[in-house]
Design a protein around this ligand. Structure first.
Ligand SMILES: *Cc1c(COP(=O)(O)O)cnc(C)c1O
Length: 462
């Protein structure tokens, strides 16, 4: 890297050893990040965008150090990936040990124990005591696609039901399943057929009010499936138990159990996309557990492997074993290095009870977010579970019109102060917090203070 001569001394490694304190030594972005941004503009396609204007150098705990030596508080975890921390010692050691023995053989050529170990862990940890099988892939989108392949193979049906505001990925099939056109779909069609979108029980925006939202929305969805698709044509209903990219929408109470019950009666496979919610993020190992849902198939990725690319489809043995031998796979699917990382990350999540830690993060954070909601009329809703929390910004008290510009201004004010926060939502008007589980209480509270300062700068008090 061409760094200026006065480049700061940067830490040689990340991980929990990094000082857990915010520290700004330049403006954001600093000169080294600006120089890299120029190289980036000449070499990286503009379609790949970034939330923050700084380039990462090292990260660990709740801190990300940029190439100028600024230490930022990370309330994004690389989009819900590094719950166990960036460069967690056990994950780094497992990756180094595995890479030192072999980086790749291809499970489809010469299998290895680490892949089997991850599938055993998935069988043990996912909801339901039935016999299970898993198949491993590389990205979340690839796993969602494979869940649809498996469901179609097992049921002999074509149709797939998805929901408003859903996000399932960027491949052709998963673009069709994703709701939001801009930026995910515009110009990228035609899309895969036989995808049917249904209303979501979105309490803050449900016309009949939040109280009976779950029940009313489920009744609508079931009626639409029966009348417009025909329940007998539907292979799978694919749903995020709490929406991620769609704005951290926690579906109205009763929505998921009623749909699961309907699916079971109609021979439709209930597929939980837990790519973002899985692995302790919501304060339970999987978000389905909050409403005692046992999905037929569960899709996992993001938080599974401490930052290494790995994804999985796990489900009932008879469903998972429906596709013909050789019908599932991929060159890099279940990479041994990613599997070794996953075994280490899963062990950390279990042994340190990081789900309890996620619940503790909610206990510290929710009162602060509600206090902001009381102070500023633009905060229309505070929601989420565990370490997956959000505020939705609107025009003002009683006016639910989404306010994307204000959400972007608050996010930018956070970024300038060295706090990494992400936006989300169909209208881009949701600020979402996804802290790593290993963030210290002090650093989390400092991050929330910074968020409060950013709100004070941008928002008008009630
Ligand atoms: C991120 C995400 C995906 C896609 O995962 P990739 O690894 O980006 O392909 C799918 N579903 C949900 C719920 C996600 O949050």
């Amino acid at each position: 890297m061409d760094a200026p001569l006065d480049a700061p001394l940067l830490p040689g490694r990340g991980g929990p050893g990094l000082p857990q304190a915010r520290r700004l030594v330049t403006e954001i972005p600093g000169p080294c990040s600006r120089a890299l941004a120029q190289r980036r503009a000449r070499s990286v396609a503009r379609g790949v965008s970034s939330t923050m204007p700084v380039f990462a150098h090292a990260a660990g705990g709740g801190i990300l150090v940029d190439v100028d030596g600024n230490a930022l508080i990370d309330l994004g975890s690389g989009i819900a990936v590094t719950g166990v921390g960036n460069a967690a010692d056990d994950v780094v050691a497992a990756v180094a040990e595995q890479a030192g023995r072999f980086t790749h053989t291809c499970f489809m050529v010469t299998p290895y124990a680490e892949y089997v170990g991850v599938c055993e862990a998935l069988a043990r940890l996912t909801p339901g005591g039935h016999e299970k099988r898993s198949a491993l892939f590389t990205s979340g989108a690839e796993a969602v696609e494979n869940a649809v392949k498996i469901a179609r193979s097992a049921t002999g049906r074509d149709a797939v039901v998805v929901f408003e505001h859903a996000y399932h990925g960027r491949t052709n099939l998963t673009m069709a399943m994703t709701a939001k056109a801009m930026p995910y779909k515009a110009g990228f069609g035609p899309f895969a057929p036989e995808i049917y979108r249904m209303p979501l029980a979105y309490p803050f925006r449900w016309p009949g009010g939040p109280e009976r939202c779950g029940e009313q929305a489920a009744a609508q969805v079931i009626d639409l499936i029966r009348t417009e698709i025909g329940a007998g044509a539907v292979a799978a209903l694919v749903i995020e138990p709490i929406q991620g990219e769609g704005g951290f929408v926690v579906p109205g109470t009763g929505f998921l159990p009623r749909l699961a019950e309907f699916c079971a009666d109609a021979g439709i496979l209930f597929v939980a996309d837990e790519v973002q919610t899985g692995f302790a993020r919501t304060g339970a190992m999987f978000a389905c557990e909050h409403e005692d849902i046992v999905p037929d198939l569960i899709v996992t990725a993001k938080g599974i492997a401490g930052g290494l690319p790995l994804s999985a489809v796990t489900g009932r043995a008879e469903i998972m074993d429906a596709p013909q031998v050789g019908g599932l796979g991929g060159t890099f699917g279940g990479s041994p290095v990613a599997c070794a990382a996953a075994l280490a990350a899963i062990n950390l999540i279990e042994s340190a009870d990081l789900a309890a830690r996620a619940r503790h993060i909610a206990e510290l954070t929710l009162p602060r977010l509600h206090a902001l909601g009381d102070r500023y009329g633009a905060i229309g809703d505070v929601r989420g579970r565990g370490a997956m929390l959000a505020v939705e910004l609107v025009r003002g008290p009683g006016d639910h019109t989404p306010d994307r510009a204000t959400a972007a201004a608050v996010a930018a004010a956070c970024h300038r102060r060295g706090l990494i926060v992400l936006s989300a939502g169909t209208w881009g008007n949701v600020l979402r917090l996804l802290p790593p589980f290993v963030i210290t209480d002090d650093l989390l509270l400092e991050g929330l203070d910074v968020l409060a300062e950013a709100c004070a700068e941008v928002l008008a008090p009630r």
